[in-house]
Design a protein around this ligand. Structure first.
Ligand code: HEC
Length: 306
């Protein structure tokens, strides 16, 4: 390496910068997954709350069946002085499926659905990522969620466990309400015990790409701070190192040329920890010794002349 200190230092500075950027990007990747996971968990929390709300009531009963939401589990006639009204009952899973239809059609980033390895409704069939996640949460009950990236999407899957009040429709088919048997038969999604994984809530979010992240990172503040860092490094090498080393070279050359009276400008080692000051001091001592030696030689010569 025969390059100047300025060149060497610039290369080191560049290498440092590249390494720091790489470290930051790795950190950003983890942060990105955290951000997406938080977003997905906010969605599942809403779904869990929605299901719990309906489960507490058993079913929700509606009077109208709009076009896309004509599915129902049970039917009840209610007669009063106005006449007879029909109410349609929707169980938590059915209502959740309808909620997911609405959410997934809206412009929200997150889409969700409830699925299971033993699905009753074909619309709830799992895809390969969900099938694999269901197997994982069934094999390991401590697993609170499964996440991953798949075809440009962040995927998040959380198990739904069977509770006591689910057994009526997912335990022994003999206990099941007739409308469940009538609609889905007595084979599908029965035989569960409390604590079993009945299914999963599956959330899909578009992955955050570097094109999404970089604009937030490259704002005027970060760019300003970077320019300041470059400037500090430039000024330090230029004025604290290179300029002083040049002065030292010039001073030493002057001494070599016999110019022994020129004082070197530096801070004395007792007041400075700077190594360049120490070199200055050494050269300055050299100059004094040469001065003394020269004076002795001159004196000797004069004495010889006499
Ligand atoms: C009133 C009967 C009933 C009860 C109680 C009930 N379910 Fe269901 N469950 C159903 C029906 C009917 C479906 C099919 C819904 C559909 O068509 O989307 C279903 C579907 C599901 C699904 C979606 C997968 C599939 O089969 O398509 C999950 C997950 C599920 N139930 C979990 C539970 C859990 C957990 C509980 C207890 C908190 C519970 N269910 C209580 C009737 C019930």
């Amino acid at each position: 390496m025969k390059q100047s200190i300025a060149t060497k230092y610039s290369l080191i500075f560049l290498a440092t910068l590249v390494l720091i950027v790489a470290a930051v990007l790795l950190g950003v990747r983890n942060l990105k997954t955290n951000v997406l996971r938080n977003e997905a968990q906010a969605v599942t929390a809403q779904v869990v709350a929605f299901r719990a709300w309906i489960a507490n009531a058993g079913m929700i009963w509606v009077k109208e069946l709009p076009k896309d939401f004509h599915d129902f589990l049970a039917k009840k006639e209610f007669t009063d002085t106005q006449g007879t009204t029909t109410f349609y009952g929707k169980n938590p899973a059915l209502a959740t499926r309808e909620l997911s239809t609405i959410v997934n059609k809206s412009a929200l980033r997150a889409t969700f659905r409830v699925t299971s390895d033993q699905y009753r409704n074909d619309a709830n069939a799992p895809d390969y990522f969900e099938s694999d996640a269901i197997k994982q949460v069934q094999a390991n009950r401590d697993l609170k969620f499964v996440e991953g990236y798949d075809q440009g999407n962040y995927r998040y899957v959380e198990p739904i466990l069977v509770k006591e009040n689910c057994l009526k429709c997912h335990g022994d088919p003999k206990d099941a309400p007739p409308e469940v048997i009538e609609k889905y038969g007595d084979k599908k999604a029965f035989g569960y015990k409390v604590g079993d994984v009945r299914g999963v809530i599956s959330v899909k979010l578009p992955d955050l790409t570097m094109a999404d992240i970089l604009p937030t990172m490259a704002n005027p503040y970060t760019i300003g701070l970077l320019i300041i860092a470059v400037l500090i490094n430039f000024l330090f090498t230029r004025y604290s190192l290179i300029k002083r080393l040049r002065a030292l070279t010039e001073g030493a050359e002057a001494i070599a040329e016999g110019n022994l009276d020129q004082e070197l400008k530096y801070t004395k080692p007792e007041h400075s920890k700077d190594e360049i000051d120490h070199v200055f001091h050494a050269v300055s001592l050299l100059r004094s010794s040469m001065n003394i030696a020269m004076q002795r030689i001159m004196k000797g010569r004069k004495a010889g002349d006499l």
